[in-house]
Design a protein around this ligand. Structure first.
Ligand SMILES: NC(=O)CC(=O)C(=O)O
Length: 273
């Protein structure tokens, strides 16, 4: 399975952002990608007042444009995330489209990014966003995949639940920043990939020092052995990476972490709402 992570610049105009995504998706398809991934909030500068301002309903113009792009390029599209308007609430939502343009999954960011690091990054998604409440996986010809958004990666239980549901890889549109990126980005991807013996693909916006939120960039692919397979710097570009699920199975056979869990002593379960 060949994945293309599209680390694009985010402008203030949704139309411009869609055009940028369209151009890069053509290159991803030409490069042989089976699945292409866009960044968190690729269509809207990452600022809390923008989320309700830019929000659209599922099925509106942005959703339709993304569906067309998946179809035009005949690939699975993990369409980053966008502000979604539903019943007066705004969610940070990621849609997944199949190569026919059908929407096959939708994840609303479950863990809202509310942090205030002394001398560093402050951000309060809960000022304008509502949290989702569902675990998200979807089926592909390569097996079941997981989907979460940025801050969700910091919660090991959430990733473990996706692995226990059978996800062989997890896609993570994300946007760490200049405080947390250098400290925790690569470490989080390596740790979650190793704990769960899965591939992880994180796709971030390119850094824009004129924006109010400075993305760390560094879109990344990690493997089930806990290694970084490839990583970009902060500039715009496409990262191609392969997932080899035979290797994943072999690692799980040789180092059976998931089988060695002592479920007679402890338990992790999803509480269905
Ligand atoms: N932007 C996020 O949701 C998360 C983030 O930047 C971090 O965890 O650090």
């Amino acid at each position: 399975m060949k994945v293309a992570l599209i680390q694009m610049q985010v402008a203030s105009s949704p139309a411009e952002n869609l055009q940028t995504a369209r151009t890069h998706l053509k290159d991803a398809a030409a490069g042989g990608a089976d699945i292409a991934v866009l960044p968190e909030m690729f269509c809207c500068p990452y600022e809390t007042p923008n989320f309700p301002r830019f929000a659209q309903k599922e099925g509106d113009e942005i959703w339709q444009a993304l569906s067309e792009m998946a179809k035009e390029n005949s690939l699975y599209l993990v369409a980053g995330s966008v502000p979604e308007d539903d019943d007066g609430k705004t969610y940070n939502t990621s849609y997944v489209f199949d190569p026919e343009g059908k929407c096959i999954a939708k994840h609303r960011k479950v863990h809202l990014f509310d942090i205030d690091v002394k001398g560093g990054q402050r951000f309060m998604e809960s000022e304008t966003l509502t949290a989702g409440d569902s675990l998200t996986t979807f089926d592909t010809p390569w097996g079941k995949m997981g989907l979460c958004i940025c801050y969700d990666i910091r919660f090991p239980e959430w990733m473990r639940l996706m692995a226990l549901e059978g996800a062989k890889a997890v896609f993570i549109p994300a946007a760490f920043n200049m405080t947390t990126g250098p400290a925790h980005w690569e470490l989080s991807f390596r740790a979650r990939a190793l704990d769960n013996q899965i591939y992880l693909f994180g796709c971030a916006p390119a850094r824009d020092m004129d924006a109010s939120y400075h993305s760390w960039g560094h879109s990344i692919a990690t493997n089930p052995w806990g290694e970084v397979m490839a990583q970009l710097d902060e500039t715009e570009g496409i990262l191609f990476a392969h997932a080899d699920f035979q290797r994943e199975d072999a690692i799980r056979d040789q180092l059976p972490l998931l089988r060695h869990r002592r479920v007679d002593l402890y338990e992790l379960r999803e509480i269905k709402k």
